[in-house]
Ligand binder design. Structure first.
Ligand code: MEV
Length: 448
């Protein structure tokens, strides 16, 4: 094998994946860093002290050289459908966990969060090209469907035993948009697993059965026998894997807010903030981002796929033809109602959920919920996060809370003592926080 370290252009390499972990780090630090030894030490310092645990983490991806740490926090005091939860959250943005905790506590004394799972259907697609009259394909489809189901039995048997499997098969005609393009759209129930592997395996089996059907069907012309499978893959858009979370209370019970704002003024301003996110996609994006601050944090903590959840949520937010808020608010008959409807295709078995040591602990912390319960919990946290953000925005403004966290981060960075922290928090309670301002304050305090 050629020596990867002797390549003329040292910033490219062949055979990188075959190097040992130390070998990979060596190549990286020597080619991309000014102080290779220091960086090497730094990267190695984040390896897990337990080799077995490190082996598990390395198994999740490829070309791993170290671990990237993220804070693992909790938001206690969440009452969801009458049960109390302490919510695990993995997020790097300060204020998110504090905001979730505060909203959880706020609603705890006002009936908590009520949720409803509206569906658990997952979707997969086989995209293919077929030349012929669409009506002929529809004519053959009942027979095709039978073949697909029969030949997938060995793949679906286990899932069927668990109460799931294929729940529907549909033929879709796309020929008005692209010549000869069709799709087999399949609905699945995957019980407590997210089901990606199961769905993709079934779809690939379907594709192969479909091809076989056309080749072996003697009543078809030669052109009609020619089916071209384009691809078989699950869809991350699962509008029927849907959950709703809601809070409500009489307006008067919302309490009073900063700046002398009473409950009715608050409720109206809050309702308007939600309405704006229904009217304007610029605001809707930020509004929904706030919802995903909470959702992603729990999705990540429980070892689920946050990219899938986000992609799906944003598509769902556009279902009416424009990108809109995922949450809704009404103030009617003196009742304040605030709810979120969101598709959440999550699992509590399989994938990372049982392999990642902390994901396992997160699920344990939640009482080892099934997928439906996890959907309810995640939706409640998304709603809480949205409530907390809007409550700040329509009362004090978001910066007050953010600035306190920012101040703590700056103080930590400047290695402030406990006494210095106390003094700084008091001093900056009514001032704008900037790095240089805090440093100046500490310098003066340290000299004086
Ligand atoms: C910040 O991460 C999230 C917010 O911008 C959400 C919102 O504006 O609703 C505060």
């Amino acid at each position: 094998m050629e020596n990867p370290f002797n390549m003329e252009n040292r910033k490219t390499i062949s055979g990188f994946s075959k190097l040992s972990k130390r070998g990979k780090i060596k190549w990286i630090v020597e080619n991309f860093f000014r102080d290779p030894e220091l960086v090497m030490k730094d990267l190695i310092s984040y390896w897990h002290h337990d080799e077995e645990q490190q082996r598990i983490l390395d198994g999740f991806s490829e070309n791993t050289i170290s671990n990237y740490h993220m804070p693992f926090g909790v938001a206690p005091n969440f009452v969801i459908d009458g049960e109390t939860y302490c919510i695990p959250m993995v997020i790097e943005e300060s204020s998110v966990v504090a905001a979730a905790s505060s909203a959880g506590k706020f609603w705890m004394s006002r009936g908590g969060f009520n949720t409803q799972v509206l569906g658990t259907t997952k979707i997969g697609q086989v995209h293919f090209k077929w030349t012929g009259i669409p009506a002929r394909l529809y004519y053959f489809f009942p027979e095709i469907q039978k073949k697909l189901r029969t030949e997938a039995l060995s793949v679906t048997a286990n899932m069927v035993k668990r109460g799931g499997g294929i729940t529907g098969i549909e033929l879709l005609d796309f020929t008005d948009r692209e010549p000869d393009l069709f799709q087999i759209k399949v609905s699945f129930e995957t019980c407590n697993s997210m089901g990606a592997n199961f769905i993709n395996t079934v779809l690939e089996q379907f594709a192969s059965s479909l091809k076989q059907y056309f080749i072996t069907n003697d009543s078809l012309t030669d052109t009609e026998k020619d089916v071209k499978i384009i691809m078989s893959i699950l869809s991350n858009y699962t509008p029927e894997c849907l959950v709703r979370a809601e809070v409500q209370c009489p307006v008067g019970e919302l309490g009073n807010f900063s700046g002398g704002m009473d409950a009715w003024q608050f409720a109206e301003k809050f309702r308007m903030a939600v309405k704006i996110a229904h009217l304007d996609p610029y605001r809707a994006t930020t509004h929904n981002k706030g919802i995903f601050n909470g959702i992603d944090a729990v999705v990540l903590a429980t070892g689920n796929d946050f990219r899938a959840i986000e992609a799906c949520g944003h598509t769902y937010a556009s279902k009416n033809g424009a990108y809109q808020s995922l949450s809704h608010c009404t103030v009617e008959d003196d009742m304040f109602r605030f709810w979120l409807e969101i598709p959440l295709a999550v699992g509590t078995i399989g994938g990372l959920t049982s392999l990642h040591p902390i994901a396992k602990r997160s699920l344990e912390l939640l009482g080892n919920p099934g997928a439906e319960k996890l959907m309810r919990i995640i939706a409640a946290v998304g709603l809480a996060q949205n409530f907390a953000a809007l409550r700040s925005l329509v009362t004090t403004g978001i910066q007050q809370g953010h600035m306190r966290m920012h101040l703590l981060n700056v103080l930590n960075h400047l290695q402030a003592s406990e006494h210095e922290m106390k003094e700084a928090i008091h001093f900056f309670s009514n001032k704008v926080v900037s790095f240089s301002h805090v440093r100046e304050f500490l310098d003066k305090l340290r000299v004086g």
